[in-house]
Design a binder for this molecule. Structure first.
Ligand code: SAM
Ligand code: SF4
Ligand code: SF4
Length: 374
């Protein structure tokens, strides 16, 4: 509690001194953290609730009927999210990802998208706005999302075998309905679609090749994510991680692959293309090949806390500023102050330790992925 008060007092102090020292700016005049990483990407969690209970994210034993989800009054309103986004955009953010929990559970999400789609970068470019979803509601909402200004979507899908998928989402949700959502998104032009598959060794790794076969030649980019030790409830073990290298080896044995350049600096996925021209796949190797060096992502939790790392245990309370007597300039100074002091590089630190050992923490629990947004 004391920590939180100190943190808030610190932000309030920064908010009252809206001067950003020149030596802390990147060469472009934009923000830079202590490891010279700019701020480019903002992930906004719009709800901490979800209709799935994927065991690696919201295990049903923990996220049950007694779990204390955030009350409605804690959530940032669409106006508050848009106001904060403007501040982040002025500091260099170009890309917005709406996430959660399940973002499509947030009522009238398309209204927020419409508000965000009107914002521009200081250079006058539109923002790159995307959304990560389990697609359970996508078939119903794809057209409204597209009309509101959403450009593309990332869909999470952990396999094509119905029994395996139902077991992993733990709410008996059928694969066929996710595929219908993907089809609807394709139809309305939410493209390019990306599919995220979290690979758990011994649980769904037999789905790697069927997924690769299914999405070849479809224009959809399939990405395999190493199972991560995010949060404090999923019972993560190193022996359940299948290294991306092995994923690539398995696909390469059937469909030869060649590595290709990233689309931009800081891209989380390593890209590979099928040599026969059937498209590309990606791997996100957060465990075996940390990419903190280029990490330009900030996260905004559902209740307005700014997090500097997926593995953080504490956030910076921007909602207190939004709902207090602070101008945009004050909030902007606070965001600058927070980013300029950032030194987070959890995955790199963990990679330097023996397997199953975690970097030292301040003793508080790491926040859950469903709260902070993936
Ligand atoms: N509910 C939406 C969905 O599943 O797409 C958005 C939120 S979810 C937290 C965002 C992403 O995080 C998903 O692609 C999910 O698979 C991934 N994820 C969640 N827990 C993970 C874990 N322990 N390791 C790796 N990826 C994880
Ligand atoms: Fe829900 Fe997404 Fe987490 Fe699965 S990964 S439980 S769909 S928030
Ligand atoms: Fe970024 Fe933290 Fe992930 Fe490293 S561990 S890439 S700093 S979110």
């Amino acid at each position: 509690m004391l920590d939180k008060i100190i943190l808030l007092a610190d932000i309030r102090y920064a908010a009252k001194t809206p001067h950003i020292p020149a030596q802390l700016m990147a060469p472009t005049g934009l923000l830079s953290d202590t490891l010279a990483r700019p701020l480019r990407d903002l992930r906004i969690s719009v709800t901490d609730r979800c209709n799935f209970r994927c065991s690696y994210c919201m295990p049903s034993e923990v996220f049950n009927k007694d779990y204390a989800f955030l009350p409605q009054t804690s959530l940032l309103s669409f106006e508050e999210i848009t106001r904060l986004t403007k501040v982040f955009v002025a500091h260099g953010v170009e890309k917005i990802r709406l996430t959660g929990g399940e973002p499509l559970l947030r009522k009238n999400l398309e209204v927020l998208i419409e508000m965000l789609a009107k914002l521009q970068t200081p250079a006058g470019k539109p923002l790159d706005i995307t959304l990560t979803t389990n697609a359970s509601l996508l078939a119903r909402k794809a057209q409204a999302l597209k009309d509101a200004g959403l450009q593309r979507v990332t869909v999470s899908l952990d396999g094509l075998d119905d029994a395996t998928f139902r077991r992993m989402n733990d709410v008996d949700f059928p694969v066929a309905d996710v595929l219908k959502g993907i089809e609807a998104a394709q139809k309305v032009g939410l493209a390019p679609i990306k599919i995220n598959m979290v690979v758990k060794r011994g649980t769904n790794d037999a789905e790697i090749l069927p997924m690769a076969r299914h999405f070849r030649n479809s224009g959809v980019v399939l990405r395999f994510i190493e199972y991560m030790d995010v949060g404090a409830t999923n019972g993560w073990r190193m022996d359940e991680v299948l290294a991306s290298k092995q994923v690539i080896d398995r696909i390469n044995a059937e469909f030869p692959l060649s590595v290709i350049d990233p689309n931009y600096l800081g891209e989380t996925a390593e890209r590979w293309r099928y040599d026969d021209g059937a498209g590309e796949v990606g791997v996100i190797s957060s465990v075996t090949r940390a990419f903190c060096g280029d990490c330009n992502r900030a996260r905004l939790s559902t209740e307005g806390k700014m997090f500097l790392c997926l593995f953080a245990s504490q956030g910076h309370d921007l909602r207190a500023l939004l709902r207090g007597d602070y101008s945009d300039a004050h909030i902007s100074a606070a965001v600058a102050h927070i980013w300029q002091r950032r030194s987070d590089r959890y995955s790199e630190l963990r990679a330097s330790l023996p397997p199953d050992e975690s970097p030292p923490s301040d003793g508080s629990k790491r926040v859950e992925m469903s709260y902070i947004g993936g």
